[in-house]
Design a protein around this ligand. Structure first.
Ligand code: SF4
Length: 94
């Protein structure tokens, strides 16, 4: 359960299928990831070294690895973020 140090996408290769990082195709981060410290820019997109598919991660609720929602999630114990509000908030903050 050691805390991972920030990962870079060193060695990642852009392929026709997407960004290939150690054999895994990485999908770019989604809007809800905005502000997360785990985001790693690679070429013209941003990627998440923690999750290959951020959209799938968020589809189940707030990403438990998100650094920008952790405080909210920590207060009530369980993350209870309205995804619509969260994305609106993210949009406004830019
Ligand atoms: S850790 Fe979660 S919120 Fe952060 S970039 Fe990855 S998928 Fe997005």
């Amino acid at each position: 359960m050691a805390k991972k140090t920030p990962i870079s996408l060193e060695g990642a290769v852009m392929t026709d299928a997407g960004l290939n990082y150690k054999g895994v195709i990485m999908e770019p981060v989604i809007e809800k990831c905005e502000g997360c410290e785990r985001i790693v820019p690679f070429e013209s997109s941003n990627y998440c070294p923690s999750y290959a598919k951020p959209s799938a991660k968020w589809a189940k609720g707030a990403c438990n690895f998100a650094t920008h929602t952790r405080n909210e999630a920590g207060k009530g114990g369980k993350a209870k973020v309205n995804p619509l509000k969260a994305s609106k908030r993210a949009a406004r903050g830019r």
